[in-house]
Structures are given as structure tokens and as C-alpha cells.
Design a protein around this ligand. Sequence first.
Ligand SMILES: Cc1cc2nc3c(=O)[nH]c(=O)nc-3n(C[C@H](O)[C@H](O)[C@H](O)COP(=O)(O)O)c2cc1C
Length: 195
Amino acid sequence: MNDFLSLAKQRRTTVEFDTKPVGMNLIKSILEAGRWAPSIFNLQPWHFIVVQDKESVELLTKLCAYNRVFGQPAAMIAIVSDLTFAELKSFYGEAKLPADEHMKCMGMAALNIVYAAESLGLKTAIMSPRKGVAEKMLGVPEGQKCEVIVGIGYESETEPKNEIGRLPLNDIVSYGKYKRKRAKLTGHPVKQNVD
Ligand SMILES: Cc1cc2nc3c(=O)[nH]c(=O)nc-3n(C[C@H](O)[C@H](O)[C@H](O)COP(=O)(O)O)c2cc1C
């Protein structure tokens, strides 16, 4: 298996982090990977907020909508999307950039951050903050949104075995033209296809 594929398969959401702090040198390397993420027109419409104090990490974890994370990560990087960049016209005439292009960029930055952390021996949890609340807490100005938060830390010894798998390629790929192979969306394929 190539190195990237091993990393991709090894990366799993961590729910029980150790309390061991993450060194600033590692955080900086991870931020550097976020900085180098691709973005539409190279607008880089993001701002990264590093959160390390225990109370804020705990509160932010609680503010995430679907959270399974119960052992707090030592650090978090909140990824803020600056929607005011959508008004930038110089790059592309009078057309406005649709907000969903920003969301794609946030995903790119988040994934770079996640894999950089994994490559440095750290574990991550991607979290979706409830609309509006994380912005207030983090002092995010009007017109900017905290779309995603990446929790980062070392895995605790009590981390449960992650049995969330993936659908087989056969179910999700067609060649040339779209051909649906899955009967219906199966939602959360917990404990299926662990390979
Ligand atoms: C955009 C996005 C948002 C997510 N938000 C949350 C969240 O709020 N809380 C949580 O516990 N997991 C969250 N997750 C993690 C997913 O539940 C997880 O990646 C998925 O179940 C697959 O498990 P795995 O990461 O261990 O492979 C999110 C993942 C993504 C990509």
C-alpha cells in the first residue's frame, strides 16, 4: 500500500484524547499544511484560530452538533470562512463567488490539517459547530463563519476500537456514466466494511 493510502486508512476520528499537550512546533507544522491547501482562485478565504485552554476546548466540544468526542483534545483549530471574500470581483469580473465554493475550500483546509496531524503521530476529530455559537465565543466578526473545528491531540489508552468502515468501491464508483449501485443511502455505515 502506498504511504498516502496507509495514512488515509489509519486516520480515524478519535473520541478519547489523552491530556498530553501538543507542542507549538507541531501546531505550527499543522497550520502550515492548512495554509498550503488549495482554494478557488487561490483566494485562501480562511482564518485559523488555535484554541488550547482547557475550558474553551471543552466548551467548543459541547457546541458541536453531533459530538461523539468525550475525552477532550489538547488543542483545536477552528477554521473560519471569510464570506466577505465572495465580494471580491477583481479576479472574475462582476460574478460573485457562491458561498458553497467557500465551503469546499474549508473542507480542503480541514483535510490538509487532519492529514498533517496524522503524519506527525497525532490524532484528530473533525467537528461541526452549531450555527452561530462558536463565532460568538471566538470573537469572529460579522460576515465570517466557523464552519469546522479540528480537535487535535494524542490518543488515550482508553480510545475504543473504531469500527466505522466504508462502502466497497463497487458500490460507489461507475465508469463513463453515472450508474447507481446502492439501493439507497445507508446513512452511518457503523460496523460495516471495516476494511
Ligand atoms: C464535515 C464533517 C463534520 C463532522 N462533524 C462531526 C461532529 O460534529 N461530531 C463528531 O463526533 N464527528 C463529526 N465528524 C466525523 C464523522 O462522524 C466521521 O468522520 C465519520 O463517522 C467516519 O468515521 P472516521 O472518521 O472514524 O473514519 C464530521 C466529519 C466531517 C467530514
